[in-house]
Design a protein around this ligand. Structure first.
Ligand code: AP5
Length: 217
């Protein structure tokens, strides 16, 4: 089953996608993580993407479309995957429909993470990510065992450049203009499932499991 996670910056898509991928034993594909890795490696794609990402703007559609096409063609995605952060524009959504058709893959559900802006700003401003493995923590809600060190690999934690105030503002504007309209598109296709993404990580995960048909027991 292919699941797409859609929602504003900081709504918890990445956190929940990791947890669900582990439970369902399917890959988690985060376009943000893929792009950050390209930047880290200093690849041509990374060099092109960096300034857009730091400013909180969308990187050009052709880059994300090709990266997604390449990744979902990998054999480990054939029995399903969770895509977090794609599509984010009408052009990407159209290209995504076409690539699924070509690959004879079916979109299961688009999970829309609904949460108010105040919670999201608090989540983003407290987020810390591992420089080495990309694991995500929060200074209040998901504290590392040792301050500023990743629980998984011991790497140093840092604050993403796009989690600074100016870039957060731009990301919200971009989301409202380009990504939010996709909600209607998937509603019309009868694929949309909205969840209340407010509250604790565990409570959101319980709701998510119910929506994808794995009620907790
Ligand atoms: P990306 O990395 O995807 O950023 P985003 O969509 O803005 O999402 P975030 O990663 O900020 O938030 P999230 O919803 O995953 O929240 P998280 O789980 O981390 O993209 C970055 C950039 O890449 C874009 O701006 C763009 O430039 C580019 N890009 C990516 N995809 C693209 C595309 N398709 N087209 C063009 N450009 C693209 O949680 C946030 C924090 O809150 C964490 O600290 C977490 O621990 C904490 N938290 C999570 N859930 C809870 C909870 N329930 N309670 C308390 N704290 C919580």
């Amino acid at each position: 089953m292919i699941l797409v996670f859609l929602g504003p910056p900081g709504s918890g898509k990445g956190t929940q996608a990791k947890m669900l991928a582990e439970k369902l034993k399917i890959p988690h594909i985060s376009l943000g993580d893929i792009l950050r890795e390209e930047v880290r490696q200093g690849s041509d794609i990374g060099k092109r993407a960096r300034e857009f990402m730091d400013a909180g703007k969308l990187v050009p559609d052709e880059l994300t479309i090709e990266l997604t096409r390449k990744r979902i063609s990998d054999p480990d995605c054939m029995s399903g995957c969770i895509i977090d952060g794609f599509p984010r524009s009408a052009v990407q959504a159209e290209a995504f429909d076409n690539m699924l058709d070509e690959m004879k893959l079916e979109l299961g559900k688009v999970i829309y993470f609904k949460v108010d802006k105040e919670q999201v700003v608090e989540r983003l401003s407290g987020r810390r990510s591992c420089k080495n493995c990309g694991a995500v923590f929060h200074v209040k809600y998901k504290r590392p065992k040792v301050e500023n060190k990743c629980d998984l690999c011991g790497g140093e934690l840092y604050q993403r450049k796009d989690d600074e105030e100016k870039a957060i503002r731009t990301r919200f504007e971009v989301y409202a203009e380009q990504t939010k309209p996709l909600i209607e598109r998937y509603q019309k296709q009868n694929k949309l499932a909205a969840i209340d993404a407010g509250g604790s990580i565990e409570s959101v995960f319980s709701r998510l499991l119910s929506v994808v048909g794995y009620g907790r027991n």
